[in-house]
Design a protein around this ligand. Sequence first.
Ligand code: ATP
Ligand code: MG
Length: 442
Amino acid sequence: MNRNHMTDRVTLEKIEKLTAVKGMNDVLPPDSATVEWLEAKVRALMARYAYRNIRTPIVERTPLFIRGLGEVTDIVEKEMYCFEDRLNGDPLTLRPEATAGVVRAALEHNMLYDGGKRLYYMGPMFRHERPQKGRYRQFDQIGAEALGFSGAEVDAELILMANALWKEIGLKDVRLELNSLGQPAERIEHRKALIAYLEQHQEVLDEDAKRRLYSNPLRILDTKNPHMQTLVDAAPKLMDYLGDASRTHFKALTTILEANGVAYTVNPRLVRGMDYYNLTVFEFTTDRLGSQGTVCAGGRYDYLFEQLGGKPAPAVGWALGVDRVLELAKSHGLGNVGPILDAYAIVTDVTAFPFVHKVMQELRELGLSVQMHASAGEGMGSMKSQFKRADSSGARFALIFGADEIAAGQVTIKSLRNVSIGQQTLPCDQVTDWAATLQSSD
Ligand code: ATP
Ligand code: MG
């Protein structure tokens, strides 16, 4: 018997309820309207900063992430959803982040042949983490990447853009933390000092830290283990090992931020979860979300192009966690602005639909949003029950297509929100005039 067939059957027998996969959430209306609200704000903002949309596949070849993110990282070590292509056995992975894919696409399509590119993306990422508030196994990120630019002015542009987004959506209490990871040669010197320091404090190191002591000691500074905080606080700081060029880059960035009134703190322990960063790294954090307080994170990754086998090119970017940003927006009472329905069409007889659809179509072409009453198994329902639906739909007006109206080619329009606007019956060719007055009175 075919192997896949067998596995399918075994799995099916085990399933009692067909629920969503743990850590992967459904986003239902009206919450989905809040996501759309954020996405619309982001699209408009990106356009103003001249960033253009890129859409890369959700599935990539596994080596892309191993080479791109680094072998000794949380993501590659334990968080990726990997599987084999069932036909040719190719190792594939659901993307845990999008930067590697964006760089792969830039290389594959030689996107930088005529200069740098400013790009943004939105979409789901997958990480096998322990699900909790603000941490899921499928989660949306929105990210911006500036490829082919080496100057600190672009680091600044990205940070100012993120800052503008917080302002645009009304978020407060978002703090910016900055650090510089310098260049590889500087990191080697710092690394030696760091290993020597950590070796002297072996007894405080947890399992992860011991394992990473020689493979990736910098990552130990990124620990979330409270017992190691004092140790990492006192560890040698990378900042103290930076050469002139790295310092100049950092200074140029902070000068632009200061001139533009962007407050920041330098956090020498900010190292970020991927290996690909150099020079500038940053995070936007908030105290309002408990331990999942990082809403946006990013930095410069001038070596990623090379690491993925391409011609070297500088780059810098950030990614924000949509769930966390929306949670923060909610804590401010923002978002959730569902569409406002202009009208609800009440229809008593199904034979009227050829005519009703024609009228609704004209209104929709004028930009009105119109919901139509539809049968749910037992005919159209009474006028009274349809009015109830119309009312709870939130629509501003009811359009009544009753027997009399249909016979006369008319429609009765009744305000559902304002009793002082009496109802009126109009010939259908005047409905668009009514719609026009409606819009001008908005
Ligand atoms: P953390 O330290 O919280 O694990 P990270 O360093 O792994 O974050 P990045 O890979 O930099 O996060 O992703 C950028 C942003 O995406 C994070 O700041 C966060 O807002 C969001 N994010 C990351 N992982 C998750 C997740 N599992 N669920 C929801 N949002 C996430
Ligand atoms: Mg993480």
